[in-house]
Write a protein that binds this ligand. Structure first.
Ligand code: AMP
Length: 358
């Protein structure tokens, strides 16, 4: 694709959750039509889009129809098979970010190896394929150490702390004896994240850092812009740029960081998509992360990323969403509801952005 896609073009999104919904809403504001591909009928994104194909993410016919219908295709979550993105590209579709970004982010060993290769520091780690390998890795990295499955882990799932070598066998069973990674403990002062975008022309735009607070492994709150010195902001920007360029990336990327408190930032993981810790941009920036992603994949110029206010974003999980009347009555709160019917415990149902003057 050489020229920017004109309004009226149709975009495709693999995945119909809340991220797809907010991408679709941003695309609609720019005059695009959106088709969602998701295995579940009536998905949150499908309900605000022009159409939804109900099919598995690896359904060859569905992918081919999506590729032929859409001038550009993207995805909203990282468990879409990288082979599906590859199939779209081979069928002639413009799919971004590319299959490589997805493949790197899907495997924690590949991810950390890539990150170290582009100069982004991480914790020390070792791939683990069996119990014997786990014991050797514990010997090298020491305890406590965190055992995580290489693939399919998110929101703290598929991971277990090992506090002494005699816990190794139980930990190996607890994660299902699947290919894994052992990580040294990051002794961090706080968790930060940076949201950045790269356009088709290689231009890069980076938002201010956010500070993140998790509860039970799930993001609860992001405060942005984070209170941080200019040197750390510059370092985070350089990390984001190295990752985006290293992957020849097009679109928005989320980078989760550990702030060690002594000037060092380690990358925990990357998300090749719009990110929960970037939701604050909806009410803190002129061009939010969703519009930014649509601009990037459509070949438009990237938008401004400065914050015009400070935002505290809070996720509403499960029945916390029932507070919507009280939140709607708060003068500085902006409520973003995902239109999900069933408020299962822990399910992300909505978020609220509380806006404060800078
Ligand atoms: P993850 O699924 O990798 O994002 O991990 C979920 C949470 O576990 C992170 O947000 C951190 O709070 C914590 N965590 C993950 N990896 C490490 C580590 N190597 N050292 C210390 N804490 C970690």
């Amino acid at each position: 694709m050489t020229r920017p896609l004109p309004p009226g073009s149709t975009l495709g999104i693999l995945g119909g959750g809340q991220l797809g919904r907010m991408l679709s809403q941003a695309a609609s504001r720019l005059g695009f039509n959106v088709v969602i591909l998701d295995p579940e009928e009536n998905s949150p994104a499908g309900r605000v889009s022009q159409g939804q194909i109900v099919a598995a993410y690896d359904d060859a016919v569905a992918l081919s129809v999506l590729g032929q219908t859409c001038a550009a295709v993207t995805f909203e979550f990282e468990n879409v098979p990288a082979s599906s993105v590859q199939a779209l590209v081979e069928g002639g579709a413009a799919a971004s970010p590319g299959a490589r970004a997805l493949a790197v982010a899907q495997d924690r060993v590949e991810e950390k190896t890539f990150l170290n290769g582009v100069g982004a520091a991480t914790v020390d780690f070792a791939p683990v394929d069996d119990l014997d390998g786990l014991l050797k890795a514990l010997d090298r990295l020491g305890t406590p150490a965190l055992l995580k499955t290489r693939r399919d882990g998110y929101d703290g799932k598929g991971q277990i702390w090992i506090r002494s070598p005699d816990m190794a066998a139980d930990a190996w069973s607890a994660i299902g004896q699947r290919p894994a990674i052992l990580e040294a403990r990051a002794d961090f002062r706080r968790e930060l994240s940076i949201i950045a975008a790269r356009g088709r022309d290689g231009a890069i735009a980076v938002y201010p850092l956010g500070e993140n607070i998790h509860a039970s492994g799930v993001l609860k709150t992001t405060i942005a812009p984070a209170e941080i010195d200019a040197a750390a902001q510059t370092r985070a920007r350089e990390i984001a740029e190295a990752i985006l360029n290293g992957l020849d990336y097009v679109g928005v990327l989320g980078v989760e960081l550990f702030d060690l408190g002594d000037g060092r930032l380690l990358v925990n993981e990357i998300a090749p998509r719009v990110h929960n810790t970037g939701h604050w941009t909806q009410d803190g920036c002129v061009c939010d992360q969703f519009e930014q992603h649509i601009r990037a994949i459509a070949g438009w110029p990237l938008g401004p990323t400065e914050a015009h206010c400070r935002v505290e974003m809070t996720n509403l999980l499960g029945d916390e969403v029932d507070q919507w009347t009280a939140l709607a009555a708060e003068p500085d709160a902006r409520l973003h509801l995902y239109g999900k019917a069933e408020a299962r415990p822990g399910r992300k149902m909505a978020h609220v952005n509380r806006v404060k003057r800078l």
